[in-house]
Design a binder for this molecule. Structure first.
Ligand code: OAK
Length: 801
């Protein structure tokens, strides 16, 4: 949009006056952020309204992306960028004597997700708007987001994330669009005059679902889509006095807090309530909106696509069946045909503990009508498939089995498309986790490799790099990230590579300042910044990275005269509060950091910085400063990874196992520009089949590895007597579930190679550039375009290939 600086300043000062009845000099950065937020909302208001009007007028097919997590990050800067106002506003504020960086830092970062799954959903919202797709998000407005992590004596402590304390400028509460979600009670079938039966629910526990809408602003295209987040409240019609405190609390609890589990399912009844709550509210509002503009439900599948982001929203399937049959008088057959055409499902993990199942008794008690429908889906599935595939396979794959409702199976059976998030992951779904269902529905399975919002992760997070790229290849890459590949022409341009290095050093200095301020650690900007940022999980193997640090530490102690480039090992990772082992690894890293950072014999040659409370905003600070991207999960375990893509786009080389999308990154950037190592997925599966992995053999065969492991229990690292023993035993007594010891040697070899290669900065920056140039293929815009073409069947803006 068009806006002069003078106009902006006038608007801003007026906003401050209206909101706070005081002078600018008397306001805080938070006040200024809130005023700016209101202004941006006003500037975007007509786009948002017109986008909705346009979709209705054209009767465009709508995509609804259902996700129990969204991690959008701070929105001020990205909204300004997408509206084309960033420079005007920044300069205007500077002219008013204000600090734009401080104002944007005052915005709370909504932690409505745990990690990869939630952040992916947010990247896809940004891309849908930017591609002009009629895309809507549907999720939960958690009162408290993911806990804030602090360290006390090196241990993780969780504090509540009261992100709504000062309200949320970006949301609109739309109580006129609220609906009732019903739990519990009983169901009976009432005979109808036409001979059919109608399900009647009685004595239900009713919850009022109130939507809060947040605008998702498209990039330079006047489109603003909607992310709808639901909040659970007391039904207004009820006589409040009849609600016991216990019942009020039960309602309050539904959207009170995000479950802090990443790739893990706890099986708690409250989680099932959350899942049904936002699934039901979302589907009700979709059908209501559809009904306002269409006669009957015939056109439903041509006008609506619902995407199920992992299994948490799977109940949209039986819920849509319920609404079509109980409220819109469809037959089972018509309802089922419409439902399966509308639904599509993405699987995000092969980890067994993340595959959701619910005890039938719990499910039945909480959702009696839905249970009837799931039981009927199950019955019909068995009747239809047993003659073709036999009883055994059908027993293994039916939605009900072993006393459980099996959500992934229900999702596959009720959708027309099932996708994995990287080629290897999709293959493993077909061969292993969902093998039997792949026999039944081979045509449904497809791959959609993940992507990232280049706008946020490069344009906003790394402005110096974005500007440098503009100076070489112009700015069309900002709309067409694939254009980045033209940078390859400069891989041997010494001057450009120097500039690239200068950008990296500048970003390192910014991160170093933060580390100094928060952790009190001094780090050198000429050191290798070796970064691992992701949830703490045994399969992600932060432990392997720890072993490298111990190796480097011992090497300096043994041979102080040997010259190696300085290193800074940077971690960011939250552990699920109930994940004991992961918390022990956190303690280990912090204890090791204490030892290394304070050893005068080590000085500034080796530092360890575990930055607390990793999230989207810290990612934006850390990623642009990284040289090495640690992507070291046990092959086959990481479905895709997305920090690997963000780090690549910012010029970090990958130190990576052949897992998830690492494989595709290595192929895109070229093997010579990455550091691959470790067992392949096939080799890991080989060990499983033969059952012959012996971790102790690696320990006994390699004196260096043995010495490192022994430091866990021999007092070398002070303060970890319990944790050190626990971790040591996990490797030797319990045989190292994630093959850390098997991969140690090849990992260390690549770490040595990195130290060697880093010395030649021209060569090193050439590798960095190759990564940046190849990163365009992992843009979320391209990923979303593929979902639109292959799964949702909706049009989108053209993207260069
Ligand atoms: C979270 C809860 C249940 C199941 C999966 C997850 C999850 O976050 N999975 C992650 O999804 C990312 C986006 O697809 C992938 O990049 C990660 O590899 C995967 O672990």
């Amino acid at each position: 949009m068009k806006l002069t600086r003078a106009q902006f300043k006038e608007d801003f000062l007026a906003e401050i006056k209206t909101l706070y009845a005081t002078d600018l000099s008397d306001t805080s950065a938070l006040n200024q952020f809130i005023a700016l937020g209101h202004l941006v909302r006003r500037y975007d208001g007509s786009n948002w309204k017109q986008t909705g009007d346009r979709y209705r007028q054209h009767d465009d097919k709508q995509v609804y992306y259902f996700s129990i997590e969204f991690l959008p990050g701070r929105l001020l800067k990205s909204n300004l960028l997408n509206l084309g106002l960033l420079d005007t506003v920044r300069q205007g504020l500077t002219e008013l004597g204000l600090d734009f960086a401080a104002i944007s830092a005052a915005e709370p970062d909504p932690g409505l997700g745990n990690g990869g799954l939630g952040r992916l959903a947010a990247c896809y919202m940004d891309s849908m708007a930017s591609l002009g797709i009629a895309g809507n998000g549907n999720g939960i407005r958690y009162r408290y987001g993911l806990f804030k992590q602090v360290f006390m004596d090196g241990y993780q402590v969780e504090l509540p994330d009261d992100w709504l304390r000062n309200g949320n400028v970006w949301e609109i509460r739309r109580e006129n669009k609220a609906c009732l979600v019903r739990f519990g009670g009983n169901v009976w079938m009432q005979p109808q005059p036409d001979g059919s039966l109608k399900a009647i629910s009685e004595n239900t526990d009713d919850v009022w679902a109130v939507p809060y809408d947040v605008g998702m602003v498209g990039y330079h295209n006047d489109v603003t889509n909607t992310l709808r987040l639901w909040s659970a409240e007391l039904p207004p019609s009820a006589d409040n006095t009849t609600f016991s405190q216990a019942r009020r609390d039960r309602i309050d609890d539904i959207t009170k807090v995000l479950y802090p589990d990443d790739s893990n399912s706890e099986g708690q009844a409250l989680r099932l309530r959350q899942e049904y709550f936002f699934s039901s509210a979302g589907v009700q509002s979709i059908i209501r909106h559809f009904g306002l503009h269409h006669q009957g439900v015939k056109e439903l599948a041509n006008k609506i696509a619902i995407h199920i982001n992992d299994t948490h929203p799977t109940l949209v399937i039986p819920e849509m069946m319920r609404l079509l049959m109980d409220e819109h008088h469809c037959s089972w057959e018509v309802a089922w045909a419409l439902t399966t055409q509308v639904m599509s499902y993405t699987n995000h993990t092969i980890m067994q503990e993340a595959l959701e199942t619910w005890p039938i008794e719990m499910f039945k008690g909480l959702l009696p009508r839905l249970y009837q429908i799931v039981a009927e889906i199950d019955r019909r599935y068995r009747v239809a498939k047993t003659p073709i595939f036999g009883e055994e396979l059908v027993n293994r794959t039916a939605p009900l089995g072993n006393g459980q409702v099996r959500m992934a199976f229900l999702a596959v059976i009720g959708s027309h498309s099932v996708n994995g998030v990287a080629p290897l992951h999709t293959e493993l779904l077909k061969e292993d986790v969902l093998r039997d269902l792949y026999q039944v529905y081979p045509e449904r399975f497809n791959n959609k490799t993940n992507g990232i919002a280049t706008r946020r992760w490069v344009q906003l997070a790394n402005e110096p790099l974005a500007n440098l790229i503009d100076s070489k290849i112009g700015s069309t890459w900002r709309q067409q990230p694939n254009e980045l590949k033209t940078l390859t022409a400069y891989q041997h341009d010494a001057k450009f590579l120097k500039q690239l290095m200068a950008v990296k050093v500048q970003n390192k200095a910014a991160l170093a300042a933060y580390i100094k301020q928060t952790l009190g650690i001094d780090i050198r900007t000429d050191a290798i910044f070796d970064v691992q940022i992701k949830r703490l999980h045994a399969y992600k193997r932060q432990l392997l990275h720890v072993f490298e640090i111990i190796r480097e530490y011992l090497a300096i102690k043994d041979q102080p005269e040997a010259v190696e480039p300085a290193r800074v090992h940077i971690f960011g990772a939250k552990a699920a509060p109930s994940y004991h082992y992961a918390k022990s690894i956190i303690k280990l890293i912090n204890a090791l950091a204490d030892l290394v950072n304070h050893d005068p014999a080590i000085g500034d040659r080796l530092k360890v910085a575990f930055i607390p409370n990793y999230g989207v905003s810290l990612g934006e600070l850390i990623i642009p400063a990284a040289d090495v991207s640690e992507q070291i999960s046990t092959a086959s375990k990481e479905a895709s990874g997305t920090s690997n893509m963000k780090l690549m786009a910012n010029g970090a080389v990958s130190l990576a196992t052949l897992d998830g999308a690492n494989i595709d990154i290595i192929e895109a950037a070229g093997e010579a520009n990455e550091y691959a190592f470790g067992l392949t997925a096939k080799a890991v599966y080989g060990y499983y089949q033969r059952g012959d992995y012996q971790a102790a053999d690696f320990y006994n065969a390699d004196p260096e590895l043995k010495r490192i492991l022994d430091t866990l229990i021999d007092g070398t690292i002070p303060g970890i007597s319990t944790e050190g023993r626990e971790i040591y035993d996990s490797l030797l007594k319990y045989n190292d579930e994630f093959f850390v010891l098997a991969d140690y040697e090849s990992y260390v070899q690549q770490q040595r190679q990195i130290a060697h290669d880093y010395e030649d900065q021209t060569q090193w920056q050439g590798k960095a550039l190759a990564n940046i140039a190849a990163s365009g293929v992992f843009s979320a815009d391209l990923a979303v375009a593929r979902y639109s073409d292959d799964i949702w069947q909706v049009p989108h803006a053209k993207l260069g290939q």
